[in-house]
Design a protein around this ligand. Structure first.
Ligand SMILES: Nc1ncnc2c1ncn2[C@@H]1O[C@H](COP(=O)(O)OP(=O)(O)O)[C@@H](O)[C@H]1O
Ligand SMILES: [Mg+2]
Length: 480
């Protein structure tokens, strides 16, 4: 991996928050062990019975029981969230024993604006800033949510969130979780919906310290990519919110069996985190054991890398928690000395460029489809016209057929009149006419016959005269 010690040197900022006593504690007159000096951003830890063991710690800021969620947000988170939109990485970690207020600080009660924690408050800041930024800037906001439990990574936003995920290394961008589901969001509500869904998937089990103690490390990540359409410059900022598992030592949880294995794994990530922190602040040490746990692999950028990082260490005021509070404060003090190297992440081609390219390609496809549709519509129109024409012809055929039929009928009727006209259908006059016509032709025939007879008779007469002449002359000759 590239040496990422480029950019401005910046210490991890460390804050401490003390939670108020809970109902049980205040009823039992629990003695406090912590004094807060807000003016000097410091904490005095003392065991009332042995004041000589008093300890003094100084941080970038301290929050008392009365500090509001918004006060914590403004000081710890707002400056970091603000720069994420300009391409800077940011990390906010909550560290402390179970029940000390880590989840209260990071998540809070997000059904109430006043009581919501750092993560929900950041949603409003991010979208508020986007909505007031210049019109030539485009943004894509993506979220992921994972949990490290028993050194196994679980995707809190995946439908099948039991799938175990692995960490891969990217040459330029470092460690990332392969196949982790990322969702692009464009409103506070959408982001909140995913965050709530992920929280429901978190693993919680009860132990001796807290009835619902979180035994896993949860990392909620918001990536903000921004493209300046005037300069074509793209930046990408990654914001990690880390709610760590309880930092208490194993003995206090009275864990056995599976619970013991689980606790030792939680301790693995936390103890590696401790080692990483120790190495980072030790000028002589050269190798930082990031790779020894899932948590530290994923937080490599946040501690000693390119990130603006803040840690909020949460404390319980109760005397019973003195030892844990002392450990937390020592841990937090060390973290104060970690140096990060901060610079904005510039990218040649980010999500926006890729989305824009996809949009262009899809628009082209739509254009092709439109062109094809146009041709099809023309064909459809032509076919419709042809169908109309066909229908017209069909109608015409039917009409003509009807006309023909009418004619046929007419012919039949006429034929009936002419051919089928039997005698019985003729009226008397016609019969008589017919008969007369017939008898006159008979008379004609008779007449013709008579005429012939007369001719024959005449000829016979002629022959008789001739014969008489011949007889007379014969008699004359014979002198008869
Ligand atoms: N600053 C605070 N103000 C009011 N209540 C708090 C505060 N911090 C923690 N609590 C309450 O204390 C309890 C334990 O806090 P929680 O955030 O769950 O601890 P952790 O996540 O460190 O185990 C919760 O009931 C929470 O509401
Ligand atoms: Mg918690």
């Amino acid at each position: 991996m590239e040496d990422r010690r480029v950019g401005r040197e910046e210490n991890v900022r460390v804050y401490v928050r003390v939670r108020p006593l809970n109902k049980n504690e205040s009823q039992g007159f629990v003695k406090g062990t912590i004094e807060i000096d807000k003016e000097n951003d410091s904490i005095r830890l003392n065991n009332n019975e042995y004041r000589e063991y008093e300890k003094y710690f100084r941080f970038h800021g301290v929050f008392s029981e009365e500090s509001s969620q918004m006060q914590v947000y403004q000081l710890v988170a707002a400056p970091i969230v603000d720069t994420v939109l300009n391409g800077f990485n940011g990390t906010i970690l909550a560290y402390g024993q179970t029940g000390s207020g880590k989840t209260y600080t990071m998540v809070g009660d997000h059904s109430s604006e006043e009581l919501q924690g750092i993560i929900p408050n950041s949603f409003t800041q991010i979208f508020g800033k986007i909505s007031t930024s210049a019109a030539y800037r485009s943004f894509v906001v993506t979220v992921t949510f994972l949990e490290i439990y028993n050194e196994e990574i679980k995707d809190l936003l995946a439908p099948n969130s039991d799938k175990k995920l692995v960490i891969h290394e990217h040459k330029k961008y470092g460690s990332f979780v392969k196949d982790l589901s990322g969702f692009t969001v464009n409103s506070v509500q959408e982001m909140m919906k995913l965050f709530t869904k992920g929280n429901k998937n978190r693993t919680t089990k009860s132990n001796a310290i807290n009835t619902r103690s979180s035994r896993s490390h949860a990392i909620f990540t918001i990536m903000v990519e921004s493209k300046n359409r005037n300069t074509n410059e793209t930046t990408i900022g990654k914001l990690n919110f880390v709610d760590l598992a309880g930092s208490e030592r194993l003995s206090r949880t009275k864990a056995t069996g599976d619970m013991l294995k689980e606790a030792s794994h939680i301790n693995l990530s936390l103890s590696v985190l401790g080692n990483v922190i120790s190495t980072l602040v030790d000028e002589k040490a050269s190798h930082v054991p990031y790779r020894n746990s899932k948590l530290t692999r994923l937080l490599q950028d946040s501690l000693g890398g390119n990130s603006k990082t803040a840690m909020i260490a949460t404390l319980s005021i109760a005397e019973i928690d003195y030892d844990e509070s002392y450990c937390t404060l020592r841990y937090a003090t060390k973290v104060r000395y970690i140096k990060n190297y901060v610079s904005a992440n510039k990218k040649e081609d980010g999500l926006i460029a890729s989305f824009e390219k996809q949009i262009q390609e899809l628009r082209k496809k739509i254009q092709t489809i439109d062109d094809e549709q146009k041709i099809k519509r023309q064909k459809q129109y032509d076919l419709k016209m042809k169908i109309n024409e066909k229908k017209k012809i069909e109608d015409e055929i039917i009409n003509t057929e009807n006309t023909k039929q009418e004619l046929v009928t007419k012919i039949e009727k006429l034929q009936q009149k002419i051919i089928v006209g039997g005698i019985n259908l003729l009226d008397k006059v016609e019969e008589q006419k017919y008969l007369i016509k017939q008898s006159s032709s008979e008379l004609q025939t008779i007449y013709e016959k008579n005429k012939n007879l007369e001719e024959v008779l005449t000829n016979k007469g002629k022959e008789k005269i001739e014969l008489e002449r011949i007889y007379t002359s014969f008699r004359k000759k014979m002198k008869i």
